[in-house]
Design a protein around this ligand. Sequence first.
Ligand code: T1G
Length: 697
Amino acid sequence: MSETVSLSLHGQVAVITIDNPPVNALSHSVRKGISDCLAEAAKDDNVKTVVLYCAGRTFIAGADIREFGKPPQSPSLREVLSQLDSFRKPIVAAIHGTALGGGLETALCCHYRVVNSDAKLGLPEVKLGLLPGSGGTQRLPRLIGAERALDMMIGGKPVDATTATAWGISDECTDDEILQAAMDFAKNKIDVEKLPRVSANKVADIEDDFFAAYRKKIAHRTRGFAAPERIVQCVEAAVSLSFEEGMRKERELFRLCRDSDQSASMRHLFFAERQVARVPDVPADTQVREIDNLAVIGAGTMGAGIALACLNAGLNVSLLDKDRQGLERGQATIEKLLSAAVSKGRQTATQMREQLSRLELIDDYQALADADLVIEAVFESMAIKEEVFSMLDKVCRDGAILASNTSTLDIDRIAAATSRPADVIGLHFFSPANIMKLLELVRGAETSAEVIATSMRFARQLSKIGVLVGNCFGFVGNRMLYGYGRENQFLLLEGAAPEHIDKVLTDWGMAMGPNAVGDLAGLDVGYKVRQERTDLPADSRYYRVADMLAEQGRYGQKTGRGIYLYTDGSRKPTTDPEVSDMIRQEAKRLGVEQREIGNDEIIERCIYALVLEGARILEEGFAQRASDIDVVWANGYGFPRFRGGPMFYADTIGLDKVDEAVCRFRERFGSQYWSASELLERLARDGGTFGNLANKE
Ligand code: T1G
């Protein structure tokens, strides 16, 4: 027994109860407790069967991720599972909530598994840069076949109870109270003469070329990321080796993953994404306001996406646009996105009808009198936004939260258009707003703690990650993006082909290259923002290529050509010799010497531009902590999770090396963009890291 595990007898059924809130992680006390209880149950002749059960909201959610990087404590999970796997009396796992990672591996070592119908079962270790290291790669394929097992372990997504039961992962799916159901199963449905052992199974036959084909299938989306390939190797071992040899192979490959920078990066993001909600001057018990009725102003792409995100979260949504046609276009966008979800089987037509029943189209501000939260998503013009907020101030009830989806404009100036600046906040969604997980919460000078706390909860309600950022130009994400994009633009002028830059950065792990992103977002969008800006650098080269293309109407995918060509409506970019000539001529006109540019220079200039701006954001106090910046970039800009985010990546490289490169670039390109960051210099000099900085107070 231990402080987190207890043993109780119910007739001839022994129940091992794990109680280690919040998610019954397999910390040392849990592992020891299970081992002690198994020993106790083994020697008690009155005990005929055992049920493994968890108190609280869920079955075991995996190994205790907080223990990684610390000295191992016996018994290890493998030792406990070996004890479980060789236990001679029947054991039934009682699964509710989620059985994940080591939790499912533990259940697979039991003879039987009974699951609640709303339970989920999975091996998501790959999301931490790991692989199932306690037999999951050897047992799961023996239960459900190589392909389904690989899909679960490399996709990292859990399956629902119905699927788990249909596939044979669980033996019974029940709506009853799970402990009673498992005990009933233990009493009535076990054939002690034929106790099943997953490890004794063989993996079902597969085609000779199965693994080669599977590797080809996952190659693009796993490029640069080590864990998926190692999972494939483990399953190859499960197919071709004995169970014991396969377990040895799994252990060897698990250790490589566990000790890698990639896993450290992904574990960093796991905790960072939970820490973002902690705001030092907004206590956890801050009063939050109920958000039942929500309105979105502006039925364009962003407004419709935001409205859909709210409908998906079960909210009632009023979508307002003064222009009736605009409103109908917005409704059509929402219906099109919902129909696509239905045709992909992500939801049913009934669910779609129910969602649309909660959407109200309005064209009169007076209808906003009862709204709890209004999100403005009109054209990115300060004059128009000030007009909208002045109107909202007149019609909305006291206590309504007034939010702007602006991506760059000054929240304090928008708030000043109202008599209630404490109720004004920026809610910066990322396109497509119904898909992207990131939501930047832009704190105005007078935004109240209550509005911040309510907005944080609203982000969770939308299954998004809310990150509180300061009110500087571009906030956090876009402010850093300008430096990254600037270096891409300069590299183009200096002779790097767009496809070379994009390939180097996507091979490095970025979801898309900066040039493909520009064509996707529309080069006209950035062009308009730059036209509105009064603080652009006095540098004729600054975003010169993008401006040239926009001025020629080459906006990107939406016009069939941008920096790339998109033939016959395809989204696949092809290089355009016309653009290369245009860039070459412009470089000559600007006196920019062209040259061969190596991969390392591309990565360092683009990524360190991010790091340097992130350091400035931290020293100016516009982000709460370095890990918040990592969360922004991993969830809003396709930064590879296996590199942890710009700031964590810089820590991994070593800030002395990063600062040395920044100094080199300053020497070579001038201090206009590579000026020193006092924080980076200090940390580099003192051997510090961004990760060890105290939170912004
Ligand atoms: N270890 C330690 N702490 C954990 C944890 C874990 N496995 N899972 C969650 N927490 C903490 C989390 O940090 C937060 O803490 C609180 O629990 C609530 O979590 C050997 C090696 C289970 C679906 O990857 O997916 O097993 O912020 O906010 O939204 O092969 O937590 O409150 O202080 O996420 O309800 C594999 C990870 C591990 C599952 C619940 N398992 N967890 O979601 O709550 S590696 C996982 C989750 C492994 C084996 C390998 C989710 C959840 P705090 P939460 P939630």
